[in-house]
Design a protein around this ligand. Structure first.
Ligand SMILES: Cc1ncc(COP(=O)(O)O)c(C=O)c1O
Length: 414
């Protein structure tokens, strides 16, 4: 595939036709994409872009993955949807594979990350009530910088005030604590807390890994208090950080784990994994999802899980992650406008230094003009989320294009 059809640095053509049509909840106009293969996408402007966004950590196997297309096409000709009034074979197969791969005993399927978090918070509450433990408030402890979705319960636990405050009042009882600060936990993690919700690696917050000490402290305190520990692995799970679950890096187990994004190979699929004890608190009618666990999407999920679990796949993600992070740290060391490079596996980010003559959206736009797609994260970072199948040459080219974008912006700011 040619690397680019237009001169690097030329601004891309942005789609104008949506501007008066779509609800303006996304910045419009946007770059229109028409096709993709592996780590590359082709814009409606005829340019090819190296995609280090992957549909925001979704396209784990790259664009247009042939195995997913085959599995889904076969299933589309057999049984596409049947609702949860009935069982379907791909759904059962994926549930069994997820349970076997993670050791969590039960699975609930849904369509997205926010639905998964919503379900997990409801299940945790049901578990607390089944033990007669729930207090009137049923507090949830979440963390600064955390992102959990846009529906009411998950939005209540999402840190960024600009996302949350326009819709308050939301679900009451959510407290926020400092991420990765064990010593701050005692002041907020008490008997009132029914659930602790945390990302083992904060994604939208800027690729910030939780420390082992922090996750262990949360586990120990939840166990002591009888609170549910929920890992939101919507972004960091399914191999993105070089282990099937990011929390495996630290050997800490939750009571519930939420997966989505990469799980469906590009199709909308979410899953809540839970212990048998949590599942014991649930009963028919307590929760549900019309499309959840449908045969077409779970056929895709089963293929993705099978690929990610093949020998060598996750070791390669860890290797490529080290190469990417090492390269980013080297670029950052050469440019005063860049700060810390961090991440785990292929969930990486670079901060802009204080006083940088450009902001993260400006850097994302400049990288796009160089033929590299990136996405903002945290307060002042850009994220690098390539497909898990990214090659060493693609990483090298992305680093080159990223540095070219930074250099151009630094020159402009002189
Ligand atoms: C950690 C985390 N949780 C939940 C969500 C919400 O997922 P969705 O957009 O599929 O609802 C996201 C989305 O970025 C996420 O990164």
């Amino acid at each position: 595939m040619p690397e680019t059809l237009a001169a690097p640095g030329a601004p891309p053509a942005m789609a104008q036709d949506e501007v008066g049509l779509l609800a303006p909840v996304y910045p419009l106009p946007r770059l229109a994409l028409v096709s993709g293969r592996g780590t590359w996408v082709c814009g409606a402007d005829g340019r090819r872009y190296l995609d280090f966004v992957s549909g925001i950590a979704v396209n784990a196997l790259g664009h247009a993955p042939a195995g997913v297309a085959r599995a889904v096409a076969r299933q589309m000709r057999t049984l596409v949807h049947c609702s949860n009034l009935y069982a379907n074979a791909p759904g059962a197969m994926l549930a069994s594979a997820l349970a076997g791969a993670t050791g969590y005993e039960r699975v609930f399927f849904c369509n997205s990350g926010t639905e998964g978090v919503e379900a997990a918070l409801k299940f945790a509450r049901a578990w607390a009530r089944s033990r007669g433990r729930a207090t009137a408030g049923g507090a949830v402890l979440a963390f600064r910088g955390g992102f959990h979705g846009r529906t009411a319960f998950s939005l209540s636990a999402t840190w960024k005030p600009a996302y949350r405050e326009p819709f308050e009042p939301l679900v009451p009882g959510v407290r926020f604590a400092e991420f990765n600060r064990v010593e701050a936990l005692d002041a907020v993690l008490d008997a009132e807390v029914e659930t602790v919700l945390v990302e083992p690696v904060q994604g939208e917050g800027g690729a910030i890994p939780a420390t082992r000490e922090f996750l262990e402290a949360l586990r120990a305190r939840c166990t002591a208090l009888g609170a549910a520990l929920v890992f939101d692995e919507v972004q960091c799970g399914m191999g993105r950080c070089g282990r099937l679950l990011a929390s495996e890096h630290h050997g800490v187990r939750a009571d519930l784990v939420v997966l989505s994004k990469a799980l469906g190979g590009g199709l909308p699929l979410g899953a809540v994994l839970m212990s048998g004890e949590v599942a014991g608190a649930l009963a028919p009618g307590m929760h549900g999802c019309t499309f959840g666990g449908g045969p077409a999407v779970t056929a895709a999920g089963a293929h993705v899980l099978d690929r990610v679990r093949r020998p060598g796949f996750l070791a390669r993600v860890r290797r490529q992650g080290r190469a990417l992070l090492g390269g980013l740290a080297a670029v950052a060391a050469r440019h005063p406008s860049l700060g810390e490079a961090r991440g785990l596996g292929l969930l990486c980010a670079v901060d802009l230094a204080a006083g940088a003559p450009f902001d993260p959206p400006g850097l994302v736009a400049a990288a796009r003009d160089e033929g590299l797609l990136l996405v903002c994260g945290g307060e002042r970072a850009v994220r690098f989320l390539p497909p898990l199948t990214v090659s060493s040459q693609e990483i090298a080219l992305a680093l080159e294009r990223f540095e070219a974008a930074v250099t151009r912006l630094e020159k402009k700011g002189d």
